[in-house]
Design a protein around this ligand. Structure first.
Ligand SMILES: [Zn+2]
Length: 314
């Protein structure tokens, strides 16, 4: 059986053909065009799936299902995109429209939930029925798997851990609230914190690293910390504390087997994961009596969205 997985992003749409074991047989990416009508986007997607089929000698009609990951609020039960800021969609009956355009059974879910589902079915949390995926990128995305099922609340409007408030009257978030976790734990926030430290410490080697690399990035402070720079260490330590604060909150509510960490920042590997695991576990309630919550890097990388979307229809 072959399935198609589609991961719609603000700038690109990643599309892949996936087998029953979660292996990508063929994939590519097309531009997200700013169409007035969402049906044009679906036509682009169907055309691309047909192209991929041609490329690897698969009969289009053998595609058993199409899964779609969409950035925004997606009610997976009704197959409706309630709201997507990135795409400018509101109350779009996406699953029905995709089935009409493709002639193939389809399902849709929020993109972070797709990634969590992919990691659960075929990736880092494969054997774990309770795992929470956190992606540290432009924002903080999350996908919550409880007892082997995606948890996303009424009309799939929940499961947005990035907008839990960790600082009362804190920094203003794009969502309109103040003090959201993603304002402190995203890659965007890390860059902001790095900039602030650089202003404060003109002697920090972070200035040289930025000169070398052309721009400040989520890596700057980690590189400096690794070289023993005090300001860099301070940034990394405070940033990991912010991530830990959110994970301790989630840990005390769900106590999952593991937190799976994805997104660009997760490439820091042990320099991020090891201190985070220590901080989170020492912060959990009655931590000496309960099993440890593991912190694991995501394993499907930027293909998690495609694989997870395809897994929706398996
Ligand atoms: Zn927010």
């Amino acid at each position: 059986m072959i399935y198609a997985g589609v991961d719609i992003g603000g700038t690109n749409i990643k599309i892949g053909l996936v087998d029953i074991n979660g292996n990508i047989i063929a994939d590519n990416s097309i531009k997200t065009e700013p169409y007035e009508d969402y049906k044009n986007t679906l036509e682009d997607i169907v055309r691309d799936i047909k192209l991929l089929c041609n490329q690897c000698g698969i009969d289009y009609h053998d595609i058993a299902g199409i899964g779609l990951g969409v950035p925004g609020v997606v009610d997976s039960r009704t197959g409706t995109v309630s709201y997507s800021a990135n795409l400018g969609w509101r109350d779009v009956p996406i699953v029905h429209a995709l089935e009409v355009a493709s002639g193939i059974h389809s399902e849709a879910a929020n993109d972070a939930n797709c990634a969590a589902w992919g990691e659960y079915k075929f990736g880092a949390s494969k054997t774990m029925d309770n795992a929470i995926l956190i992606t540290l990128g432009t924002g903080v995305g999350s996908g919550i798997i409880i007892n082997g099922k995606l948890f996303d609340g009424v009309a799939s409007a929940g499961g947005e851990a990035g907008h839990m408030i960790i600082v009362k009257d804190g920094k203003r978030c794009n969502c309109g609230l103040k003090g959201c976790w993603e304002r402190y734990a995203s890659a965007t926030a890390l860059i902001e914190q790095t900039q602030e430290a650089m202003d404060k410490y003109p002697d920090s080697i972070m200035h040289d690293i930025v000169k070398e690399q052309g721009k400040i990035s989520g890596r700057t402070a980690f590189i400096a910390a690794e070289k023993g720079d005090r300001a860099g260490k301070e940034v990394v330590d405070a940033y990991i504390d912010y991530i830990a604060t959110g994970l301790i909150n989630l840990g005390n509510i769900f106590h999952p087997n593991a937190f799976i960490i994805g997104g660009g920042v997760s490439n820091e590997g042990p320099a991020l994961i090891n201190p985070l695991e220590g901080k989170v576990n020492s912060g959990l309630l009655a931590n000496e009596y309960n099993p440890k919550v593991r912190i694991i890097g995501a394993s499907l990388g930027n293909k998690a969205g495609i694989i997870g979307a395809a897994a929706l229809v398996m």
